[in-house]
Design a protein around this ligand. Structure first.
Ligand code: HEM
Length: 457
């Protein structure tokens, strides 16, 4: 995005600028080609404008750091932060963290947070490196392979290990395959439109798109329920399923099978899709921009198999590469919408209850005033200055900030360092790769075909 947006001159009672395009056309563009749609609207209307989509109240799309700060620092109880997430309920059910509100949300977050942060998270470092090594050793030598599939295998095994304590028996192999197939449903704009347009969610038999999705979801449910039932009979371990099984409500009641299933699906889904795409993008950019690869390999030269994973995670250039990867194409274009329960004044506009405040990560990350030449991949930006949590927020903010942000960054850094030390990679094609929708996330089109050669030693 290179156009300079008009400066906003707030007029207290002026209506918010509206995209003057019929709702049906906005819906199609937002599903099929959202980035040019957002860039055009930003160039015309600036930091705050209203977009429409079938089945939702009007979205107030925000791309000024002051507005983001207001959303992230306003008392969260003034917002409903889940109604905009309903589109995800066919995948996760509605009793997992993404769809809980208020006290229930707070309690669940507190319960599942520890393994994704601090010491508990760092304990997964060795497993992350070992899984990256195992998966990359299976890559064909000098034969094209799709990096997005490989990173998905890594991140799925890592999250299975974190949630269940193991990742490689027959049940988990079936689970991995079914999850992959189920999420493929949303690889195309047509597939993704089934999440956005609930009228399309009809079971027209086992060969129809939604019919296949439902049958795979059912098979996944059965595998998860079988695991839950077995684990109810066993001593508890250190993994997340054990934490959930040990949890009780005020009346001393444990979580039901349905609640457990929804939380497991939420963490499985949120915990691997995004990181898999982030890693595929990172491999793409590192090999697309030769100076980045040279600088990164120089930094990684001092690492040995004995280097503590926590030390790897502190490397400044590696960290900057990960930050820039999540800036240039954030994995989700927006944070969750926050729907107003009470009127609120934002950027000089009086917004009524029901307005869906929607911070746009992509537009903020492409502001010329914050990120000069925003379409260039330049990790140095993150070494030259610090950005506030309202200028850079790939993981959202406030009480809904991504539960797995520290885990995802740790995993990205360890997987990149492990693989780049052991394998020489190159892109199959020099053509630029664009983001495409995969459900609610944005992934590199074609998955980044690459060639690998194992390095000796
Ligand atoms: C690069 C990888 C990832 C990115 C870019 C990402 C991004 C995000 C974003 C933007 C949100 C919404 C935050 C908001 O609206 O303020 C979110 C929420 C969430 N993410 Fe992530 N995420 C990533 C990895 C993970 C991982 C590894 C997990 C592991 C469990 C995870 C679990 C969640 C959960 C459970 C929520 C909902 C939090 C809540 O509602 O309290 N994410 N993520």
């Amino acid at each position: 995005m290179t156009a300079t947006a008009p400066t906003l001159a707030p007029t207290p009672s002026a209506p918010i600028p509206r995209i003057p395009v019929p709702t049906w056309l906005q819906t199609i563009r937002a599903i099929a080609d959202p980035i040019p749609y957002l860039e055009n609207a930003y160039a015309q209307y600036g930091d705050i404008f209203e977009g429409r989509s079938f089945g939702f109240p009007p979205f107030v799309i925000l791309s000024h750091p002051d507005a983001i700060e207001q959303v992230f620092t306003t008392d969260p109880s003034l917002f409903d932060s889940v109604s905009g997430n309903q589109i995800i309920s066919p995948i996760t059910g509605d009793q997992g963290l993404l769809l809980l509100e208020g006290e229930a949300h707070k309690k669940r977050r507190k319960l599942v947070m520890p393994p994704f942060h601090g010491e508990r998270m760092r304990a997964y470092g060795d497993a992350m490196c070992a899984i990256a090594t195992q998966v990359s050793q299976e890559w064909p030598q000098n034969q094209p392979f799709v990096m997005r599939s490989a990173t998905q295998e890594i991140t799925l095994r890592v999250i299975l290990r974190t949630i269940f304590g193991i990742d490689n028996n027959e049940r988990f192999q079936q689970l991995s395959q079914l999850l992959d197939e189920m999420l493929h449903t949303f690889d195309t704009p047509l597939g993704s439109s089934h999440l956005f347009l609930t009228g399309l969610q009809k079971d027209l038999g086992p060969w129809s798109l939604w019919g296949k999705f439902l049958r795979r979801r059912q098979a996944i449910n059965e595998l998860l329920l079988a695991e839950i039932q077995e684990r109810r009979q066993q001593p508890l371990g250190q993994d997340i399923l054990s934490l959930l099984l040990a949890a009780q409500d005020e009346q001393g009641e444990p979580m039901s099978d349905a609640e457990l299933r929804d939380e497991l699906m939420t963490l499985l889904f949120a915990g691997h899709e995004t990181t898999a795409s982030a890693l595929a993008w990172a491999f793409y950019w590192i090999h697309k921009v030769p100076e980045v690869r040279t600088k990164l390999l120089a930094e990684l030269r001092d690492i040995t198999p004995d280097t503590d994973p926590s030390e790897i995670a502190k490397l400044p250039y590696l960290s900057a590469v990960c930050s820039e990867t999540l800036r240039i194409y954030p994995l989700v274009l927006f944070t969750f919408s926050r729907t107003l329960k009470q009127p609120l004044r934002v950027m000089g506009y009086d917004l009524p209850p029901g307005a869906m405040l929607t911070p746009c990560i992509y537009l903020v990350h492409h502001r010329e005033d914050l990120y000069p030449n925003p379409n260039a991949f330049r990790p140095e930006r993150f070494l030259e200055r610090q950005f506030s949590p309202y200028e850079y927020f790939p993981f959202g903010g406030s009480n809904r900030r991504c539960l797995g942000y520290a885990f995802a960054l740790f995993e990205m850094k360890l997987v990149l360092a492990t693989i780049l030390r052991q394998t020489s990679l190159q892109l199959v094609s020099s053509k630029p790769i664009q983001p495409v929708r995969r459900g609610i996330t944005f992934t590199p089109a074609g998955g980044v075909p690459m060639l690998a050669t194992r390095l000796g030693g």
